[in-house]
Design a protein around this ligand. Structure first.
Ligand SMILES: Nc1ncnc2c1ncn2[C@@H]1O[C@H](COP(=O)(O)OP(=O)(O)OP(=O)(O)O)[C@@H](O)[C@H]1O
Ligand SMILES: [Mg+2]
Length: 291
């Protein structure tokens, strides 16, 4: 494998925010995390990795004239599509109504890799807000990141979907550590929800889950999102505690290496997947034995 040998402390930390179930608060948390880290003096890039439907720019009310699609088509450079959030961090806009792009082709990943080569040194932290579900792009973005933050809500389907995501990431992508926040729950409820996830994960998977904190349901959140002002909200201190717990997590240097590594790592996953697909052709199966 052609992975970079040098991993310096100056490479940006890359955190993916994921959930399995949609609508649990990933984008809201991503924005809050980006703003909190920027306030603490870090250079932050928030990447909207939903290639089907823009999330971050819509929530912030910023207009992105281009998206990652134009980069993939070779029309513009990645640097050209980065926009200032107006809150101290940069945004890399996602898609806009293009539902077809469920998996990046290998040549698209290579293109992005080339485009990303120098970008990483501009940032201390890259936050990747993923799409809902456990589709190829979600697995690709999360497994290529240094660490993953799973957002849960007390809804039982959120728990089963988060478990399904953690299971596939641990069994197919070798991830064994996950940070967890519980949204729309008070302290007691969030502990109950987290323990449920922990008990089933402990029983069936070889993973470590770390509880980062909780955010209670707050009527103003919805209105602020509709008004495209989610970062002007006065939020309870539990949110800052959860965000700081995430930001203060020790880095996993075995998975870090910055943006270039991030994309290279993804590329190799894709190549492995392709190889795996080739290996399952009837001919390969025949060559491989009787099964
Ligand atoms: N703590 C909260 N209190 C009240 N409502 C909330 C809270 N967090 C999120 N919401 C509501 O949930 C909605 C979905 O939030 P958000 O868009 O961040 O979720 P998501 O996981 O990113 O969704 P998707 O999977 O569609 O990308 C928000 O529009 C908001 O109305
Ligand atoms: Mg979202």
């Amino acid at each position: 494998m052609n992975q970079p040998a040098i991993q310096s402390k100056t490479t940006p930390r890359v955190i993916a925010i994921a959930s399995g179930k949609g609508g649990v608060g990933k984008t809201f948390f991503s924005l809050q995390l980006a703003a909190r880290s920027a306030k603490q003096g870090k250079r932050v890039l928030l990447m909207d990795a939903d290639l089907g439907l823009a999330n971050v720019d819509v929530m912030l009310g910023i207009s992105a004239s281009c998206s990652i699609h134009q980069v993939l088509e070779g029309k513009v450079h990645l640097q050209d599509i980065i926009v200032d959030s107006g809150h101290g961090f940069d945004v890399l806009p996602g898609g806009s109504g293009l539902h077809g792009l469920t998996a990046l082709a290998v040549h698209q990943q290579q293109l992005i890799l080339d485009e990303m080569a120098d970008l990483g040194s501009n940032y201390d932290l890259i936050i990747i807000d993923t799409a809902a579900g456990i589709g190829d792009n979600v697995l690709y973005f999360v497994s290529a990141s240094e660490s993953a933050l799973i957002v849960l809500s007390p809804d039982p389907t959120s728990l089963t979907d988060a478990y399904a995501l953690i299971k596939v990431l641990s069994q197919q992508r070798d991830m064994d550590h996950f940070m967890v926040v519980v949204n729309q729950a008070d302290e007691v409820e969030s502990q109950i929800v987290f323990r449920r996830l922990l008990s089933v994960a402990d029983r069936y998977l070889d993973v470590n889950l770390d509880f980062m904190g909780f955010l209670p349901h707050n009527k103003s959140v919805r209105n602020s999102i509709q008004a495209q002002t989610p970062l002007s909200l006065n939020m309870p201190s539990s949110l800052d505690s959860a965000l700081d717990a995430v930001l203060q997590q020790p880095r996993d240097l075995s998975r870090s290496g910055g943006l270039r590594f991030f994309w290279q790592h993804s590329l190799h996953s894709a190549l492995n997947d392709e190889q795996h697909m080739e290996d399952t052709t009837p001919q390969a199966l025949k060559q491989g034995g009787s099964r």
